[in-house]
Design a protein around this ligand. Structure first.
Ligand code: SAH
Length: 416
């Protein structure tokens, strides 16, 4: 009890020095009080938030100490960068739709270890407007005679709804994942939905007729707007399509990318490789500070988006390649090509030895490793530090409050 009171007064002191709105400060303090009395009402069934019940300060401490244990053998660990307000940060929200035995439509997440849907009306980490749109779609289904898809019988139409919102642009994309490409009265449906939420700038039907746990199918049909939204990140504009990878926490992403680019200390003379580049975000943001940037990415659609993003931002010193990053780098090294900086942002599974050994052969002065999987980061750092690199610093970022995930930027320098 005493611990709780102390922490709450510490939080009060901490909040005093932030530039948060008073309502946000009150929310944060309420969140702190909630920890032992009122948990998220869905916590037990949903299981999405591993750190449910811990104050935000405690969550950051846990992540910091985990990173310290894992990374300290390699070098300096900076304090974790947390959020000013750790609630409602997810700008991509996904809800599975289903129907109970009594005929009630439910929308939310799958219950832990099952395919029963937990009916989530409001989630503390999801964007509130996105949740409101999903609630509205649930309400509209009866009058539009749209049935939720039933996995067992195969009847019904609507499987999932995905909402993506641009943090700076405010543009909203609604993706209706259907078993068939036909949505009855689609124009009236869009009209009714936009009447409540005029911020919706595009509505897409995604057709997923397979028996699969994957949310999205391959075919997209735009029924309103352009079929994508745009948002700004660190001064560049990016296209976000229904299937393209785009970080879900825009505020922390800006901080993470700024750190990744600033720690490379670019002067305008460097050749930079943006490996695992996705839609080109990091490389395009870095391009104004480099001589040239080479982006490599395995996903063909992501590369198409990256090329569009380069044009959209009038950037001419970036080239994108649709290849396996490891193979591409091995080829570069074999051809005697050089790079000054390699920025790498692999998936949670980390990199592989083909890629890491080609980094060693290319011998850039700096490697900036952006990681969303601390364990695989440690594994890959073991390789790099055995082969002529040393870690100068590691900066953890909290991109996913209330979950156990930690993102980090590590700067490695070539030993002389
Ligand atoms: N840097 C981007 C994307 C990071 S996610 C951003 O911040 O938005 C990791 C990316 O690595 C994904 O886009 C995935 O398609 C890509 N990827 C996975 N394996 C790869 C490989 N072997 N070679 C190249 N890219 C790969």
């Amino acid at each position: 009890m005493e611990e709780k009171i102390n922490k709450n007064s510490n939080l009060k002191k901490e909040l005093k020095h932030t530039n948060l709105k008073n309502t946000d400060k009150r929310k944060l303090q309420a969140g702190e009080k909630e920890k032992s009395s009122e948990h998220c009402p869905y916590a037990k069934k949903c299981g999405g938030c591993d750190y449910q019940g811990f104050s935000y300060k405690k969550q950051l401490e846990k992540k910091q100490s985990y990173m310290r244990k894992l990374m300290e053998p390699f070098g300096k660990i900076n304090p974790i960068v947390g959020m000013d307000n750790p609630y409602h940060y997810r700008h991509k929200v996904q809800a599975a739709f289903s129907c109970t035995k009594r005929g009630h439509i439910v929308a939310g997440v799958y219950e832990k270890h099952s395919h029963d849907v937990v009916d989530v009306e409001q989630c503390q980490i999801e964007d509130e407007q996105a949740d409101a749109i999903i609630r509205e779609i649930k309400n509209m289904m009866r009058s539009f005679r749209i049935r939720a898809y039933d996995e067992d019988t195969g009847y019904g139409l609507l499987r999932h709804v995905l909402v993506r919102k641009g943090y700076h642009s405010g543009q909203i994309m609604v993706v209706l994942v259907l078993v068939s490409p036909i949505l009855p009265s689609k124009n009236n449906f869009v009209k009714a939905l936009r009447k409540k939420f005029p911020e919706i700038s595009t509505v897409v039907i995604n057709v997923n007729d397979r028996k699969t746990s994957m949310v999205l199918g391959e075919r997209n049909i735009t029924i309103y707007g352009k079929g994508f939204i745009e948002d700004e990140l660190c001064g560049c504009t990016f296209r976000i399509s229904p299937t393209s990878f785009y970080q879900v926490n825009p505020q922390q992403t800006e901080r993470l990318y700024k750190k990744a680019i600033s720690c490379a200390k670019l002067t305008g003379k460097e050749t930079v490789i943006d490996a695992y580049c996705g839609t080109g975000t990091i490389g395009l943001i870095a391009s104004s500070k480099a001589k040239k940037v080479i982006g490599v990415e395995l996903n063909r659609d992501a590369v198409k988006d990256a090329i569009t993003n380069a044009k959209r931002n009038n950037i001419h010193n970036v080239t994108f390649y649709n290849e396996d990053a490891g193979k591409f780098m091995v080829e570069m090294a074999r051809n005697g090509q050089k790079a000054d900086v390699v920025i790498m942002d692999p998936p949670r599974t980390g990199s592989d030895e083909a890629f890491l050994s080609s980094v060693v052969q290319l011998a850039p002065e700096k490697v900036v490793y952006v990681s969303c999987g601390p364990d695989t980061l440690a594994r890959d750092l073991k390789y790099l530090t055995k082969h002529g690199y040393r870690m100068k610093e590691c900066s953890p970022y909290d991109m996913f409050p209330f979950t156990r995930h930690v993102e980090a930027v590590c700067l490695l320098l070539k030993e002389r």
